[in-house]
Design a protein around this ligand. Structure first.
Ligand code: OAA
Ligand code: MG
Length: 615
């Protein structure tokens, strides 16, 4: 049996094929030109060679290596490796590089016309060859992030039962209460450092999807690795199955969760308590638990309950708050205003907007404004109209109270815009089209540079499209959206809408927390992250209409956020990793996941040189 290396001619043919036209050229058979400035000068040191350890410890050999996505390199196994590990003949003889494999990946993706099909292909790749999956995602982040994340992941969650192939993540059912620790012991990885958990009650702006919501922790954690450089074996996606109140799912024969209504009250609370205790018992007290897409009521309650006893945060409250606040900070460079000179009107008073309101208030306080004064600048509209004291329709409970004003009742968003004349309008209530033409016109009438953030996800839930925002404000608005929109050309100028999505925040915050073993995650950490992100926006970005750095810089962004979070954590005695690393950036950088394949051939192995070269 002989090994065949792909020659330059064949490689050129692949590169010139119609599917590869849009590929960034890469040197065939040589080193790839990484787009990651972070890795430009020096590749990060490989993590404690997980692959070699696995090989040595578990004596994995033969076909099992090809079936393990962490070990598998597919056709990139060299002849020496194939012979050494008993897989010679189990692969096509042609040996290709990771670059060439990525060309095949991108060709396969571009051939597929439906985004959900692309999602299925990518998840299958993740199950087959982890490093190739992450390398492809990292190098084509603008093209592939909308597939593994919003908006496609939303569609995939809605069809999760249909597209289900292989299990990914841990499913914990309330029917198994009392056994959660034992179930966590079934998870094959021992060194879990971060968990993203959902109970599926409010998946993006799509409502209750029950266990179909598992797509969200899976998608979020794929960004932990791709954007934050956190190794996949440190990450655990979890879906808590407490039932669903979505009748369509209850009637769906393909539904993969318990076909029962949601369990609530004491039983639910005891289940979540047991879950948190089991995480600590199984993986240690410093394990980060990111709550994702819980219903409003539980999201706030659980955050309050656990925030000082566990290492936890709620991404929809705190992560979204940080990305929105950061977008506002950057927009001040365009409008020339001070933060406290602004008047904010929020459409929706759920997790996102309450979180944003509180973080903006905290930021104003940090500037010297009193809390009372800060809150007076932040108005909210919910399903019953403007949140004002003593409104006839009532319904001002919990966290909304802080934002209630003395003002006459106002029923609609349109009327509220006219009454309040806000400088910034922020939507996060998943009501598509809520920012009407009239509202956008009025915002442009009251402000030279109105701030319009349509944050609801996925794209189909956005309050207005990027095109509508620029067109109806005569190209003057500062726009951002939760899900991606293409660039818009209006009156000869091209605008690049920013993606005000918490993905700019949570990978970096998590990286800082995990590496420095931060005990608790106060709101100030998110304020720090928001400020770090805003500092990375260049003047050119602002000129192009972006209030966030371009997506292809997002790994640098995450590293900077992690470094600043680490500095903050040590200064405020929140970090428990000792000794304190003198150079936090370097310390974190050293631990980043590398997508490079490792060699399985022991360095001391001697082998006739020509063997690998034969045809
Ligand atoms: O997942 C996203 O794109 C942002 C988010 O947390 C949500 O909308 O719930
Ligand atoms: Mg979310």
């Amino acid at each position: 049996m002989m090994a065949l290396k792909i020659g330059p001619d064949v490689a050129k043919r692949i590169l010139n094929s119609s599917y590869c036209k849009r590929l960034t050229p890469c040197t065939v058979g040589g080193f790839h030109q990484s787009s990651l400035t972070m890795h430009k000068n020096k590749p990060p040191a490989p993590l404690p060679t997980a692959q070699k350890e696995l090989i040595n410890n578990s004596k994995v050999r033969g076909i099992d290596i090809l079936r393990d996505p962490k070990l598998n390199k597919g056709q990139a196994f060299t002849l020496k490796e194939r012979q050494l590990m008993g897989i010679h003949g189990l692969l096509p003889p042609c040996i290709i590089t990771q670059d060439q494999q990525m060309i095949r990946v991108m060709s396969n993706i571009r051939k597929r016309t439906s985004d959900v099909d692309k999602y299925i292909y990518l998840l299958a790749l993740m199950d087959r060859n982890e490093r190739l999956f992450y390398r492809s995602l990292i190098e084509h982040v603008e093209e592939l992030m909308p597939i593994v994340y919003t908006p496609t992941v939303g569609k995939a969650c809605q069809e999760y039962g249909l597209l289900y192939r292989r299990p990914r993540g841990l499913f914990l059912s309330i029917k198994d209460a009392g056994h959660l620790y034992q179930m966590m012991c079934n998870w094959p990885e021992k060194d879990v450092k971060a968990i993203v958990v959902t109970d599926g009650e409010r998946i993006l702006g799509l409502g209750d999807l029950g266990v179909y919501g598992m797509g969200i922790p899976v998608g979020k954690l794929s960004l932990y690795t791709a954007l934050g450089g956190i190794a996949p074996h440190h990450c655990l996606p979890i879906a808590l199955d407490v039932g669903t109140n979505n009748q369509k799912l209850l009637d769906d024969p393909l539904y993969i969760g318990a076909q029962m209504n949601r369990v609530t009250g004491e039983k639910y609370d005891a289940f979540i308590d047991e879950f948190m205790e089991s995480v600590v018992k199984r993986f240690g007290r410093s394990t980060l638990v990111q709550f994702e897409d819980f219903g409003n009521n539980n999201a706030f309650r659980l955050l309050e309950k656990y925030r000082y006893t566990y290492c936890t945060f709620n991404d929809d409250i705190q992560g979204t708050a940080a990305v929105a606040a950061s977008g506002v900070f950057s927009s001040l460079r365009i409008t020339g205003k001070k933060l406290s000179d602004n008047v904010f009107l929020m459409q929706g008073a759920g997790e996102a907007n309450i979180g944003i309101g509180n973080l903006l208030a905290l930021a104003m306080q940090a500037e010297g404004t009193s809390r009372k004064e800060a809150l007076s600048k932040i108005w909210m509209v919910d399903s019953k109209g403007l949140i004002v004291n003593n409104r006839p329709k009532g319904g001002i409970s919990g966290h909304k109270k802080d934002f209630a004003k003395d003002h006459k009742p106002v029923d609609t968003l349109e009327e509220a815009v006219r009454a309040i004349k806000p400088t910034a309008l922020i939507g996060a209530a998943a009501i598509p089209g809520a920012f009407t033409k009239q509202i956008l016109h009025d915002m442009a009438k009251f402000n030279e540079r109105p701030i319009i953030f349509a944050l609801s996800n996925p794209t189909s839930m956005a309050e207005c499209t990027a095109q509508e925002a620029y067109r109806e404000t005569d190209g003057r608005c500062v726009f951002a959206s939760g899900s991606p929109f293409d660039a818009v050309t209006y009156k000869g100028k091209t605008f690049y809408p920013g993606q005000g999505n918490n993905s700019y925040i949570f990978p970096g915050v998590a990286l800082g927390i995990i590496t420095c073993k931060v005990r608790h995650v106060p709101d100030e950490i998110f304020l720090q992250a928001a400020q770090s992100l805003a500092k990375l926006v260049s003047n050119q970005d602002l000129e192009e209409g972006r209030v966030y750095p371009p997506l292809n810089q997002i790994r640098d962004v995450s590293l900077q956020i992690a470094t600043d979070v680490a500095e903050y954590a040590y200064k405020n005695k929140l970090a428990s990793y000792y000794p304190e690393p003198p150079n936090k950036r370097e310390f974190i950088w050293q631990q980043l996941y590398s997508t490079d394949y490792e060699s399985y051939v022991p360095e001391t192995w001697s082998w006739p040189d020509q063997t690998d070269q034969q045809l």
